[in-house]
Design a binder for this molecule. Sequence first.
Ligand code: 523
Length: 133
Amino acid sequence: MTGRTRDREVVAAAVIQGRRLLLAQRTRPPELAGLWELPGGKVEPGESPADAVHRELLEELGVEVTVGERIGADVPLRDGLVLRAYRAELIRGTPRALDHAALCWVDARELREIALVGNDRGWLPDLVTLLGG
Ligand code: 523
């Protein structure tokens, strides 16, 4: 054994404006295509989770955000990855689907009904609370 490595983090952003949350529709892999997620991606070596949220939202949505507190519980993924969600606030730009099939803004009722990727479903109660129920 050469010692344990830490889980590599995948970040996901909860961008909320008023009483709506921004969701992005995945195009890949095939088993996730068409499902909706909190946008984000893998933290790169040497990058902080907040830096990764900032970079991913610039790359995927063309917007700048400030990154806030964590929400919800950790979600263990395969291959030593752990998925974590963070609040993010838009500071520049209008989100565009640069790497997704589509984007949408949902209220609490719509969020409960939309087809989320399985990994993000555990955050539903936290997100619904943030959206004011
Ligand atoms: N998830 C997930 N939910 C969620 C995100 C952002 C990611 O379940 N909100 C999962 C999907 C993948 C893994 O986390 O199994 C990595 O996310 P991905 O593919 O969006 O990360 P990228 O864009 O960094 O990965 P590459 O396509 O490899 O660049």
